[in-house]
Design a protein around this ligand. Sequence first.
Ligand SMILES: Nc1ncnc2c1ncn2[C@@H]1O[C@H](COP(=O)(O)OP(=O)(O)O)[C@@H](O)[C@H]1O
Ligand SMILES: [Mg+2]
Length: 330
Amino acid sequence: MKDNIILPSDISGINNTLPKTEVDFIGNNSRIREIYSVINLVSDSTTPVLITGESGTGKDVVARLIHSRSPRAGKPYIAINCAAVPRDVFENELFGHEQGAFTGAISKKMGYFEMANGGTLFFDEIAEMAPETQAKLLRVIESKSLRRLGGKEELFVDVRLLAATNKKMDDAINSGEMRKDLYYRFSVIEIHLPPLRERKEDISILIEYFLSSLCKQQKKNAKKFSDAAFNMMLRYNWPGNVRELKNVIERLVIMCQEDIITPNYLPVNITDSRFQEDTINITVGTSLKNAEREIILRTLNAVDNNKSRAANLLGVSRKALYNKLDRIEG
Ligand SMILES: Nc1ncnc2c1ncn2[C@@H]1O[C@H](COP(=O)(O)OP(=O)(O)O)[C@@H](O)[C@H]1O
Ligand SMILES: [Mg+2]
């Protein structure tokens, strides 16, 4: 007898389109290069991976890359935005149900776990998942099997799990949003994506990449930034990270009729100097020692840990900087 199985409903928050081509993950900063090598190492395994970082830093890109580089590349890739799926239907969508499991369950329904079998399931914004559902997810991870709602049979599933969050996990755990045990299961391998303002040397490569790919996509002549406009793009601190950069360029490609993009085409927040510098907030009452530590570490971050450039910006000798770092790290 053939089972009558309903596929999960097409609710928002679910994206099960297979990446058609290899995803581009652009960047040359040392932390990004380290992330490349971690992606290559973890792609072969089935260990869960937690991807963290501010919104727009490329968490989706990394999840897709891990899948497309893995032996599972030809199998399903299902991305679930946990914030967009209503909590009361989440478990039903995830695990499916048997016919008659509840009023209205007129036929058997397959959940995302079964759909992703052999492939990858990506939980975006994992801290938004209800804690009870998190507990059930953990059980599935440990036992590699599940029961459909109302079902007795244990179904074995082979699914690679990825999760992402833009929250500070310590806070989410303390507030009870994120279960500690599930966090520990996922954080065996954690990939943290730095904000764009901490890898400013990548801005020019990203500009070049988006400008050429978006001009092609929009069937426009190749465009270039004037030096002044380019410098403003480099100095801006990009609170929305790579997503914001891409959106700005897409808009310019469509709106700017000239081949050279001059500052008057740029959005006002980029041309306004108040937004251009990366800022450090130091609370009144901070000790000089801690303030100095913050300034030194943030400067090093901004110049990709290049000690000579940092010393130069800080107005001290390289030797003095090394001495200060010894004290900070010691
Ligand atoms: N390193 C990168 N190289 C190329 N494109 C990127 C990179 N990081 C992000 N993007 C692009 O920026 C946008 C936001 O990235 P996304 O992965 O959705 O961020 P997040 O999930 O962290 O909010 C997407 O259009 C993505 O393709
Ligand atoms: Mg995302």
